[in-house]
Design a protein. Structure first.
Length: 177
């Protein structure tokens, strides 16, 4: 973000070093889907935002790491139900590395899109949320990020912007907090 807003190449260089360091890690804790998703999201956003500023060699290392250390590790995982929040990092990773394996990444996007109903069903029609404010925040962040990725990739947010409970939930939470 700092590079995009200032055009100062020092920020891009530092982000590149950080992304290359993470790309070099032996594994990304694939046993914890939420950890894996968060790491994938961070790298995918950096990869996307800095793509033109990154040298080709660095792009190759970072893109390969996203694909091999994350996306391939969750090939058979369903992102519905309790894994719905993990869909966010995986969809961003799949979109960032789409050119590497188009069929695989498109299938990943479809599997991640299937998570949207699981995220939306937690909002009641009046905006009430099933659990606490912290869980509402995490679910809402996941819903917004997933909807934005789906809108960008497919032109459809899978019903998030038309879901009454989701749209009303911010007003309800503001009044509760």
């Amino acid at each position: 973000y700092a590079y995009l807003t200032t055009d100062d190449s020092r920020y891009a260089s530092r982000a590149e070093r950080e992304m290359l360091a993470v790309s070099g890690w032996e594994e990304w804790n694939e046993r914890n889907l939420e950890d894996l998703s968060q790491l994938t999201l961070a790298l995918a956003v950096g990869y996307d935002w800095l793509y033109r500023a990154l040298p080709v060699h660095s792009r190759s290392i970072i893109g390969t790491a996203i694909y091999e250390k994350s996306l391939q590790k969750v090939e058979g995982v369903s992102f519905e139900g309790e894994n719905a929040m993990a869909a966010v990092g995986m969809i961003y990773g799949a979109l960032a590395t789409l050119e590497r394996a188009p069929e695989f990444c498109r299938a990943m996007v479809e599997r991640c899109a299937a998570a949207m109903p699981s995220l939306l069903e937690r909002y009641a029609d009046d905006g009430a949320f099933q659990t606490d404010a912290e869980d509402w925040q995490r679910n809402t962040e996941a819903t917004v990020l997933l909807a934005a990725a789906l809108e960008s990739a497919a032109g459809n947010d899978m019903g998030a912007s038309s879901h009454r409970g989701f749209m009303l939930s911010s007003s309800l939470m503001t009044n509760l907090v």
